[in-house]
Design a protein around this ligand. Structure first.
Ligand code: FAD
Length: 499
């Protein structure tokens, strides 16, 4: 039995801890915050609950291997999984279109809106079906998998999307609403393959939200770790990995304590870990990713509004265009507003909680962080201005919200940076650009034989399943190491006894 220390108690760290316990080791998960979960979190403001994370959780379809992983991790427990009729609704000049869970309803509505775009629409739907087939979530029951031959035949239809950004794909449609629908969620710069994946999983009943949302899922995973005998140490911030002769010996924490370990798994943002905790360089493959100007990181700022209205004018996530005169202030053309009527406990009876989310790229994220560091009062004022403007935009869009909204919280990339110690408040690895395939960088750290990485940053793009798989894979690598070591000592013994 090995003593394995996880640095970071987000999904990657909890996953590594749980798999370590399942493989007979002793896991100690060290989290700097007072609660585990990392970005998978939520919090209360008065009688309202803010949900920070899950819009869709890939792996809620029981036919998938990711579902089995979530089950092993205790992430789903025995709670219901909610999958709304649509993931998001997009509006343009008063007309709306939704990403429904029924793919053929989307196709039909797109065709009705713009018969001229028939060729592009059918090509998109066909590509989504192929992705579903590759992922084993195709067919009426969303459980069919393409054969190897079917996959090979399907790949040429995906090449177009591999080569296009969402902006370029949107430009191939003539109808303005179809154009916004394609680039609405992330803007124009993502690779279209990412878009296909989101459509395929959501329409393949593989993108639901476990009841209770993000916070409840993090709590279930923490409980799973503890119930298996693992330790979860909170407010335990690692500051230094102590190593000698190519092996980590122990980890020193901000509270002055040191814990020794057989293996160390690093799960926090490597951009920070290799600057602050380790005096050896970041693995080359990973460094290349951080240095690649096409691999952009992103964050967002969000405002939560208590809403004194029982019946809302929209469902799920609603995306709308920011009027041109406000774009320079918000630094984005679209705003997403989310409602949580599927979670009655998130707001008092007869009321609702609404959250706006505005994405920002690296430059803007860094500005938020610098701004807060330089002048906390000015930063506070800026947050208030943003909240006022967003409230104004919401009321302009839905006049029935007039006088019904009260801002209860605003959080920005600076909040994410402080909370999870990611370099620029980014929280979902790199955005997948066009002409890049999702690949995973090695989890090994050159020069240290018993230190491994389990972070979403190894893969493009990230997300909860990527984080959880990273934890699982780090333990698989350790298992292999242990086996190799055991075999070596067995052969050594045989050699010695045969002499
Ligand atoms: C607004 C938002 C929406 C999202 N929506 C989705 C979605 O719908 N679907 C999806 O799949 N994903 C979504 N994500 C992304 C998802 O939350 C992340 O991919 C995932 O949580 C990453 O987990 P992680 O454990 O790798 O990293 P993190 O969550 O960053 O966890 C790292 C942990 O390490 C801790 N830590 C850092 N430094 C130290 C230290 N020195 N010592 C000890 N602990 C340390 C941090 O406090 C943190 O808890 C969303 C994220 C956000 C913020």
């Amino acid at each position: 039995m090995a003593k394995i220390l996880m640095i970071g108690g987000g999904v990657s760290g909890l996953s590594a801890g749980i798999y370590a316990q399942l493989n007979g080791h002793h896991a100690i998960v060290c989290e700097k915050h007072f609660v585990a979960g990392g970005n998978l979190t939520g919090w209360d403001r008065g009688e309202y609950h803010m949900d920070n994370c899950i819009h869709w959780l890939t792996g809620t379809n029981p036919a998938t291997t990711t579902y089995k992983m979530w089950e092993e991790l205790g992430a789903l427990g025995d709670v219901e999984v909610f999958q709304g009729e649509s993931l998001y609704t997009c509006e343009c000049n008063g007309t709306t279109l939704s990403l429904y869970k029924d793919l053929y309803r989307i196709e039909q509505e797109m065709l009705e809106l713009s018969p001229k775009d028939k060729k592009e629409i059918q090509s998109l739907i066909r590509a989504i079906e192929i992705v579903q087939g590759i992922c084993g979530i195709a067919g009426e029951k969303h459980s069919e998998k393409l054969t190897a031959k079917g996959t090979i035949f399907g790949i040429p239809a995906l090449m177009k999307y591999y080569a296009l950004t969402t902006g370029e794909l949107a430009a191939r449609f003539s109808h303005p609403l179809l154009r916004s629908f394609i680039s609405a969620f992330w803007g124009d710069d993502f690779g279209s393959l990412a878009l296909l994946m989101v459509f395929a999983h959501f329409c393949g009943e593989n993108g639901g939200i476990p009841k209770g949302g993000s916070c409840a899922m993090a709590e279930r995973m923490s409980e799973r770790l503890k119930s298996l005998g693992g330790e979860l140490l909170l407010q335990k911030e690692a500051v230094k990995i102590n190593h000698e002769n190519g092996r980590a010996e122990s980890v020193t924490f901000a509270d002055g304590t040191t814990i020794d370990a057989d293996y160390v798994i690093l799960t926090a943002d490597p951009a920070v870990v290799f600057k602050k905790m380790l005096d050896i360089p970041m693995p080359k493959q990973l460094k290349k990713q951080y240095q690649n100007s096409r691999l952009r990181r992103f964050s967002s700022y969000q405002c939560a509004f208590a809403c004194d209205l029982a019946e809302l004018p929209f469902q799920g996530d609603f995306i709308f265009e920011v009027p041109v005169k406000y774009r320079s202030m918000l630094h984005m053309n679209q705003v997403i507003v989310r409602e949580f009527s599927h979670e009655p406990s998130f707001a008092p009876e007869g009321k609702n909680i609404l959250q706006t989310l505005t994405f920002c790229y690296e430059e803007d994220a860094v500005k938020f962080i610098e701004f807060r560091n330089q002048d906390k009062q000015a930063y506070k004022k800026k947050k208030q201005e943003i909240a006022d403007l967003l409230m104004h935009l919401l009321v302009e869009k839905f006049p029935q919200l007039q006088g019904k909204l009260t801002c209860v919280d605003v959080w920005t990339p600076a909040t994410y940076q402080r909370y999870t110690d990611s370099e620029m408040g980014s929280y979902m690895s790199f955005a997948l650009p066009s002409k890049v395939l999702p690949t995973r960088a090695s989890n090994r750290v050159q020069g240290l034989s018993n230190v491994f990485l389990a972070t979403q940053w190894q893969q493009i793009p990230g997300g909860l399943p990527v984080a959880a798989e990273g934890g699982k894979m780090a333990i698989e690598t350790i298992q292999k190491e242990i086996k190799v070591k055991a075999n070596k000592s067995k052969y050594k013994k045989i050699l010695l006894t045969s002499r």
